[in-house]
Write a protein that binds this ligand. Structure first.
Ligand code: AMP
Length: 189
């Protein structure tokens, strides 16, 4: 299956994505993970995107689409893929649709995990407290910024996919297992 996962920071996309790829046997593509690895390695791409990641701003569409198209065209993606947080603007969504149409492998489903803002901010706070590890982009100010960016730039992506009849909205409040079951039934429908 070729799937896009949408949802605000703190919605549980990463956890659900890990469970989904284990169930479906497809590669998990997280642009956030790819970019953080580039930053950690000090590559030219990493140096270019570091300040955007640290501040909670989006990386440019051009950079993201180069990363995404390069990754989905690798041979392990022939059996499908799960794009996690990889599509965050309407332009990215359009560019991906164009590319996938060109190569004859269109998306089959887009799942949006929805969680109210107050629950998201509380989850991010407790994740910091529990782990004691503060991701550079996980402090309260940056978390609020990332939510604002989500509502302004990424929420319209759901409308785009709704018009393409690809969108399934899933309630992200509940246990990991409950949300996972909702996503699986959304994928089957
Ligand atoms: P994530 O771990 O998915 O929350 O991504 C971490 C950061 O990477 C984001 O706050 C952005 O700065 C950047 N990023 C990841 N994916 C994208 C994307 N599709 N478009 C723009 N920026 C992105």
């Amino acid at each position: 299956m070729r799937i896009v996962l949408l949802g605000p920071p703190g919605a549980g996309k990463g956890t659900q994505a890990a469970n989904l790829v284990a169930e479906l046997g497809i590669p998990h593509i997280s642009t956030g993970d790819i970019l953080r690895a580039q930053v950690a390695s000090g590559s030219p791409l990493g140096l270019k995107v570091k300040s955007m990641l640290d501040s909670g701003e989006l990386v440019t569409d051009e950079i993201i689409m180069e990363v995404v198209i390069d990754r989905v065209s690798q041979s392990d993606c022939k059996k499908g893929f799960l794009l996690d947080g990889a599509i965050r603007t309407v332009l990215q969504a359009r560019m991906l649709q164009d590319y996938l149409a060109k190569v004859g492998t269109p998306l089959q489903k887009v799942v949006q995990i929805n969680v109210p803002d107050d629950v998201l901010l509380e989850r991010i706070r407790s994740r910091q407290e529990q782990t004691g590890v503060t991701r550079a982009d996980d402090n309260a100010e940056v978390a609020a910024k990332r939510l604002k960016v989500y509502w302004e730039q990424t929420a319209p992506v759901a409308d785009y996919y709704e018009q393409a009849s690809l969108l399934a909205k899933v309630d992200g409040v509940g246990t990991v297992q409950e949300v996972f079951s909702r996503i699986m039934s959304a994928l089957r429908s």
